[in-house]
Structures are given as C-alpha cells and as structure tokens.
Ligand binder design. Structure first.
Ligand SMILES: NC(=O)c1ccc[n+]([C@@H]2O[C@H](COP(=O)([O-])OP(=O)(O)OC[C@H]3O[C@@H](n4cnc5c(N)ncnc54)[C@H](O)[C@@H]3O)[C@@H](O)[C@H]2O)c1
Length: 332
C-alpha cells in the first residue's frame, strides 16, 4: 500500500493506493461522523462495510448524472434521511460519481465532509484528487461547481479489474497527460506505482495552486479540444480518448508555433501509442463549431488560451493565433 498526502494546510488529506486499500475505510473515517451516505452507480461493485447507519444513493450513468436536477434530488434525499453537517458522503465510482458526490457535499448544508473511493483509472489518477467538483449545463461541461476537498481518497487498484476495456483506455488518456507534466517515464512503473506517481504529481500541483491559477491549469493539457469534442456530442468518445486527441492537437499547435521540435512531437505520439490511444479527429468534425467552442472555453478570458508544451515544459499560453488553431484543425 502506498500512502500519499495532498498537503493543503488544515484541509490536507491522505490518499491510499493499493490492491486492498478499501480495508482502510474505517481508519480513515473522520471522528464524530454518525451517518454515512454512499453515492454510487448500478454495476459498481465496491461494497463497504460500516457499523454506522448508512444509505446508498444511485446516480444515473454517464454525463446525464452531472446535472443540477440530480444534485437537487440527491440533496433532497439527504435531507429526508436527516444527514447533518457532521456526517459523511462517500462517492464510490468514476469521475462522474465523485464530481457529483463532491459537489453535493460542497453545497448540502453549505458543505459537509466527503470521502472519495474512485473506481476508474481516470478517477484514481485525476478526478477524485484535488477537490474540483461540479456538473454540466446545456451550454458546456463543468460550468457549475465548487472547489471542495475530500477528507480522504481510497484508490483500491483491485476495483479496476471489473472496469470495461474502453474505460481503462480512457483512463490511459489522462495517464498520458502526466508524462508531460511530471517529466518521468511513467510507463516503466508497475500500475500501482504509476497511479501513485500521478497522484503525487497532481497533489504537488494542487497544493501549489488549489484554485486553478496558472499552475493547476496545466492539468488541462489536451482538454480544450477534448471538451469541445465532448460538447459537440456527436462523437463516440470517452473523456480520456478525447483528451488523447487533444494532446496530439496541442502538440501540433506547439510545433506550428515553433515552441517544440519534431522530436518532441514524436515523443507525444510514442506515449499516446503505447497506451493504444486515438490521435485523429473523428470523422465529420465541424471546424467552425469547434472554433466557436474554443472561444467559450473557461480559460479564454484574454483571447484563445491553450496549455502548450514548449522549451520550459507545459505553459498556459494566451492569445494563441486563430489561424494556427484553425489551420491545424483543418489539417488534422
Ligand atoms: N474533478 C476533476 O478534477 C475531474 C478530472 C477529470 C475528469 N473529470 C470528470 O470525470 C468524468 C469521467 O469520469 P470516468 O472516466 O471515470 O467515467 P465514469 O464516471 O462515467 O465511469 C465510466 C463507466 O464505468 C463504470 N464504472 C466505474 N467504475 C467501475 C468499475 N470498477 N467496474 C465496472 N464499471 C465501472 C461507470 O458506472 C460508468 O458506466 C467526466 O465527467 C469528467 O469531466 C473530473
């Protein structure tokens, strides 16, 4: 078992990673909790035994769960069972569940404690760590949310055994991102250590920049195009697959701007390929619509803003020329 910490002063919390990390649940319970509300989805088999009174709430599958209406239903159920600010919500599932459970925890009674038990690779290396929670609007993904740190995160790697192949590969998309954030050859590590290495990179970034100034924004590498493709909605892409295409795109944009050389582009492609990830835009992409979605991106406060690789590694680059973005999209 590997134990890490997300150091955030009085809001610091442990992350345990390992084959039977769920056995730590009892010892990680905050003191004085009298009830536990588990939030999960059908088909996720992660039973947690507790002697405390508990309830289980099932969310719909997929992005359908990330709606304000679902938060209202969930908070209504918490109120009916008498959950108070001293109690605990436990999100057991992928990024959808931990985003929703975390946001419900942030707003119910103006904030109650939440623990995350991520059950997807993407959740274990990314979504459950760092306190970003939220839901989607018709107008875009993750447009309503809160920073709300969990009290602990349990990454039990045994839970990944039941994950469908495609979901595992989706997690690989976020894993690929960490290759360019951490500067280490993560593919040389066994899975448990690789997950822990990603958690450590994310913990370092979050503790230096909890509320997403420049540092934390680097975690969005590959995400601007990924979000646009996801909002477009016509493509059969899992989040990590969309991120993978977004990483390829960001590398091509960086090459076009003279920020990286062809060898660095080749390194991007090597990493995406070892994880078996897609690199090409899906058929039928509408370049005008994607450009419009870039303009609506949350980062686009002072012109089109992308996380791009360069001589100093990843950086947030404002005012990326529109003709470069459009040209690379068209050629892809
Ligand atoms: N908050 C953050 O920092 C952050 C970071 C990255 C992504 N996200 C969000 O995460 C979401 C994507 O998360 P995801 O990729 O984990 O997808 P997901 O949560 O939709 O899970 C994928 C599917 O796998 C199922 N599943 C989960 N665990 C399983 C298991 N152990 N065995 C069998 N089936 C299992 C789920 O029920 C679901 O059907 C997106 O909404 C994205 O915006 C959030």
């Amino acid at each position: 078992m590997i134990r890490l910490e997300v150091p955030l002063g009085s809001r610091s919390y442990p992350v345990v990673v390992g084959e039977s990390a769920l056995s730590e649940f009892q010892s990680l319970l905050p003191s004085e909790v009298s009830r536990v509300a588990f939030v999960t989805q059908e088909g996720i088999d992660a039973s947690i035994a507790t002697e405390l009174p508990s309830s289980v709430h099932y969310l719909p599958d997929g992005e359908q769960a990330k709606r304000l209406a679902v938060i209202e239903d969930l908070c209504g159920a918490f109120a009916r069972e008498g959950l108070t600010r001293r109690d605990l919500i436990v999100g057991i599932g992928g990024g959808v569940v931990t985003d929703v459970a975390g946001f419900a925890a942030a707003v119910y009674h103006r904030g109650i404690q939440v623990m995350h038990v991520p059950t997807t690779l993407l959740g274990q290396i990314d979504a459950a760590i760092g306190g970003k929670t939220g839901v989607n609007l018709e107008e875009g993904k993750n447009l309503v949310g809160a920073f709300w740190q969990p009290c602990a995160v349990i990454c039990d790697t045994a839970l990944l055994a039941s994950l469908p192949e495609r979901e595992l590969r989706s997690g690989m998309g976020e894993l690929a991102k960490y290759h360019f954030l951490g500067g280490r050859q993560l593919d040389a590590l066994p899975l448990e250590e690789r997950i822990a290495a990603c958690v450590q990179i994310k913990a370092d970034i979050v503790s230096a920049d909890e509320r997403e100034g420049a540092g934390r924004a680097l975690l969005n590498y590959g995400h601007t195009l990924a979000h646009a493709l996801e909002i477009e909605g016509r493509f059969d892409l899992r989040h990590g697959e969309a991120v993978s295409i977004g990483i390829e795109y960001a590398a091509l944009v960086a090459l076009e701007m003279g920020r990286i050389d062809p060898a660095r582009l080749a390194e991007h492609r090597r990493v995406l390929d070892i994880y078996g990830l897609p690199r090409n835009l899906p058929d039928g992409c509408d370049v005008d619509q994607i450009m419009e979605l870039f303009r609506r991106d949350k980062k686009a406060m002072t012109g089109l803003t992308f996380v791009l690789d360069g001589p100093q590694g990843l950086e947030v680059v404002e005012g990326v020329p529109e003709n470069v973005l459009r040209g690379v999209l068209t050629r892809m």
